[in-house]
Ligand binder design. Structure first.
Ligand code: IDP
Ligand code: MG
Length: 153
């Protein structure tokens, strides 16, 4: 089982997409471990996006990310990091495939609704940034066996 970090950005909050985005993650078979609504500041955006700090668009990205609170979450499942990257689609919604969250629900790279981790090591770092270990719920869902490779075993 793998954990990944998902964050609904201010446009998702403003456009009332929280329910629909969570529904897509649940439908995929992922399990919610933690959720928190939080107002980010510039230093937190820098910590979330250390690889973008020197980009010319970074000041605009900061303004966007601090515009309203965001919804931070931890989701668990087999191959959860790659599965959620695919579910979100390309960074630029204009290039994202139809059927993906960004492809179906957004139009601009500066307002692409959701963040998700791009690798297991980044997922661990991002989860630690937003949650203490005690905030991550450990529980078994009775449906989990029906998401396995061989559910009948
Ligand atoms: P990702 O969100 O698909 O992982 P990253 O390259 O990590 O993509 O970029 C993080 C976020 O920075 C993007 O989701 C998007 O909101 C913003 N961003 C990335 N590239 C651009 C750009 O060229 N213009 C404006 N915003 C960008
Ligand atoms: Mg990224």
């Amino acid at each position: 089982m793998e954990d990944t970090f998902i964050l609904i950005k201010p446009d998702g909050i403003q456009r009332s997409m929280v329910g629909r985005i969570i529904q897509r993650l649940e439908e995929k078979g992922l399990q919610l471990r933690a959720v928190k609504m939080e107002q980010l500041d510039e230093s937190m955006v820098k910590k979330l996006y250390p690889h973008l700090k020197n980009k010319e668009f970074f000041p605009r990205l900061v303004n966007f990310m601090v515009a309203t609170p965001v919804l931070a979450m931890v989701w668990r499942g087999e191959g959860a990091v790659l599965a959620t990257r695919k579910l979100l689609g390309s960074t630029d919604p204009q290039k994202a495939e139809t059927g993906t969250i960004r492809g179906d629900m957004a139009l601009a790279v500066g307002a692409n609704l959701v963040h998700c981790s791009d690798a297991p090591e980044n997922a661990a770092r991002e989860i630690e940034l937003f949650f203490s270990p005690g905030e991550l719920c450990n529980y078994e869902k009775s449906t989990n066996i029906w998401l396995r490779e061989e559910p009948w075993q």
